[in-house]
Ligand binder design. Structure first.
Ligand SMILES: Cc1cc2nc3c(=O)[nH]c(=O)nc-3n(C[C@H](O)[C@H](O)[C@H](O)COP(=O)(O)OP(=O)(O)OC[C@H]3O[C@@H](n4cnc5c(N)ncnc54)[C@H](O)[C@@H]3O)c2cc1C
Length: 140
């Protein structure tokens, strides 16, 4: 949903939308990407707005997305990293991609669970998610 710069629903300032459900435009017209860091930043922004409102500050607070860089896996043991000041591809980038994703998970339990799951997938070659991509018409 297209939300206002302060992440509220147009016409309903008491309703906030964040994360993948929010279509947020930056000042330059580009969209805030649908990635986890953006969702986390939006969550923090809404929490700060609610706190300010409870303290009597009702002014709209525009959300500003801070892009820290790009990490993308491009296959088993290959990834691409672009932090602006450093760009990497290949196996080292893949390890950094994995470490970054585990580091940013919330809580030790989640980090351990994902690490073990990924280790299992890495060693066995099994996929963790199976997607059904064919419709009824494709069955024969
Ligand atoms: C395959 C895939 C790979 C991705 N890889 C990356 C990546 O490498 N890096 C990155 O930054 N981002 C990645 N993303 C995007 C990232 O996952 C999302 O941007 C991020 O999770 C958005 O957070 P969110 O809180 O908006 O939604 P979600 O993380 O989807 O959380 C929504 C939660 O709401 C729950 N929910 C849904 N409906 C209801 C309901 N009716 N009642 C109660 N609960 C409900 C869901 O179960 C879910 O737990 C990836 C996404 C996908 C699909």
């Amino acid at each position: 949903m297209l939300v206002k710069r302060d992440l509220t629903v147009p016409g309903s300032p008491e309703i906030f939308v964040v994360g993948d459900a929010a279509h947020v435009l930056r000042p330059d017209g580009r969209m805030v990407p649908g990635v986890a860091p953006a969702a986390k930043q939006q969550g923090r922004h809404v929490a700060a707005t609610i706190k300010a409102r409870l303290a009597g500050d009702m002014n709209p607070r525009p959300f500003r997305y801070k892009h820290d860089g790009d990490l993308a896996t491009i296959g088993k043991r290959a990834a691409a990293i672009d932090f602006g000041w450093i760009k990497l591809t290949g196996r080292l980038a893949w390890w950094l991609w994995g470490l970054a994703h585990i580091y940013f998970l919330i809580g030790f339990r989640n980090r351990l669970a994902v690490s073990l799951s990924w280790l299992w997938i890495y060693l066995t070659g099994q996929r963790s998610a199976r997607l059904i991509t064919q419709g009824d018409d494709d069955r024969s």
